[in-house]
Design a protein around this ligand. Structure first.
Ligand code: COA
Ligand code: MG
Length: 296
C-alpha cells in the first residue's frame, strides 16, 4: 500500500496530559491519532504530558493507527524539548502548529536532521493562521521536497476563526474560500488534507452534516475531538459500496479488448472517460485498504 492510499478518514486529538485517553486510543477504531502537546495541554503540565506521550508511543500497541504528535509552536519555550522527544518516540509524523510559510517547515526539517530523526518521519502542517491561507500553495509545495517530507495539511478552524475574526457559522460559508484554497494547494503539492474539528460533540446531526460537507469538498478526512464522532466520520469519508461497485464495473469495461483504444465509452447509458476509471481506482484502493485494516 502506498502512502497515498493510507486511509486518513479520522484523526482523533487527545491531550498528552490525559493518560486515560492515551491508553484508550489503543482500542479505538480510528485511522490516525494526534497526541497533543499544544492547545489541549496547559502550560504547567507540558513537561508531564511530553513524558507521558514518550512513554505511550515507545510502549506501542497502536497497531495500524497512524500516530502523530502535535508539538508546540516554534516560537514557544517548549518546541525544542518537544522535538527532542519526538525523535526518541518515533511516531509516524509530527504535526507543526501555526505554520506561516515554507520556511517554518524547512526550519523544523533542519532541526530534526540535526537531532538525527529517523528516516521516514513525516511532517504535518496545521493550516490555521491568516498568513498560512495566503501562502498555502508555497507551503504545500513542501510536499514535493523530500528534504522536508510534508505529507498532510490539517485545517485549524478554531485558531483561524480567532486570528481572522471570521465566525464559525453553520455551513461555514465564510470559511469556504480558505478551506477550498487549502484543498487545491494540498492537491497541487501531492499531499492529504484533513478538515477542522466540530466542537459541539453532542450535536450528532450538525456533525454528520459537516462531515458530509468536508467529503464533498474533497477533504481526505476530518479531525475529531471525541470518540463518539468516529463512526459518523468513517461513514462520510469511506467510499460507498455503490461507488466502489461502479468503479470496478467501469474499470472492467475499459479492460475489455474492444475498448482498448477508446477514450470514452458508454456504461449503463452514461458517458464514461478514462479519467473516471482512474478516479474509481482511487476509491477501490481506499476501500481495499479499509477492508484490509478491518480484517487485520
Ligand atoms: N481521546 C480519547 N478518549 C477520549 C477523548 C479523546 N479525545 N475524549 C473523551 N475520551 C474518553 C474519555 O476518557 C472517557 O473514557 P471512559 O469513559 O472510558 O473513562 C469517554 O471517552 C467519555 O468521555 P466524556 O466524559 O464524554 O468526555 P470528557 O468530559 O472526559 O472529555 C473533552 C471531553 C472535550 C475534554 C475531551 O473529549 C477532549 O479532551 N477532547 C480532545 C481535546 C483536544 O485535544 N483539543 C485540541 C485539538 S482541537
Ligand atoms: Mg490551535
Amino acid at each position: 500500500m502506498t502512502d497515498t492510499f493510507r486511509p486518513r478518514r479520522s484523526a482523533l486529538y487527545m491531550p498528552g496530559s490525559n493518560a486515560r485517553a492515551l491508553e484508550k486510543a489503543r482500542t479505538l477504531d480510528v485511522d490516525c491519532l494526534i497526541l497533543d502537546l499544544e492547545d489541549a495541554v496547559a502550560p504547567d503540565v507540558k513537561a508531564e504530558a511530553r513524558q507521558q506521550i514518550l512513554d505511550a508511543v515507545s510502549a506501542g500497541g497502536y497497531g495500524e493507527r497512524e500516530v502523530v504528535i502535535r508539538i508546540n509552536a516554534l516560537d514557544t519555550p517548549w518546541a525544542e524539548d518537544d522535538l527532542k522527544m519526538v525523535v526518541q518516540a518515533k511516531p509516524d509524523a509530527v504535526l507543526i502548529p501555526k505554520v506561516n510559510s515554507p520556511a517554518d517547515l524547512q526550519e523544523v526539517a533542519q532541526k530534526l536532521k540535526v537531532l538525527n530523526a529517523p528516516e521516514g518521519l513525516k511532517l504535518w502542517a496545521m493550516m490555521e493562521t491568516p498568513l498560512a491561507m495566503l501562502n498555502a500553495a508555497a507551503i504545500a509545495a513542501c510536499g514535493r521536497d523530500a528534504g522536508v517530507g510534508l505529507s498532510c495539511f490539517v485545517m485549524g478552524t478554531n485558531d483561524l476563526a480567532k486570528e481572522t475574526r471570521a465566525r464559525l457559522v453553520p455551513a461555514r460559508a465564510v470559511m469556504m474560500p480558505w478551506l477550498m484554497t487549502c484543498v487545491a494547494a494540498a492537491r497541487a503539492g501531492g499531499i492529504d488534507i484533513l478538515d477542522g474539528v466540530y466542537n459541539n460533540f453532542q450535536d450528532a446531526d450538525g456533525f454528520a452534516a459537516e462531515c458530509a460537507q468536508g467529503a464533498e469538498m474533497g477533504m481526505d478526512g476530518k479531525t475529531l475531538i471525541h470518540p463518539k464522532q468516529v463512526e459518523a466520520c468513517h461513514l462520510a469519508f469511506s467510499p460507498s459500496d455503490d461507488e466502489v461497485a461502479w468503479a470496478r464495473k467501469i474499470n472492467a469495461e475499459f479492460e475489455k479488448p474492444e475498448n482498448a483504444s477508446k477514450g470514452a465509452i458508454q456504461v449503463d447509458g452514461k458517458m464514461v472517460e478514462r479519467l473516471h476509471a482512474e478516479m474509481g481506482r482511487r476509491a477501490i484502493a481506499i476501500a481495499d485498504a479499509i477492508a484490509a485494516r478491518t480484517s487485520a
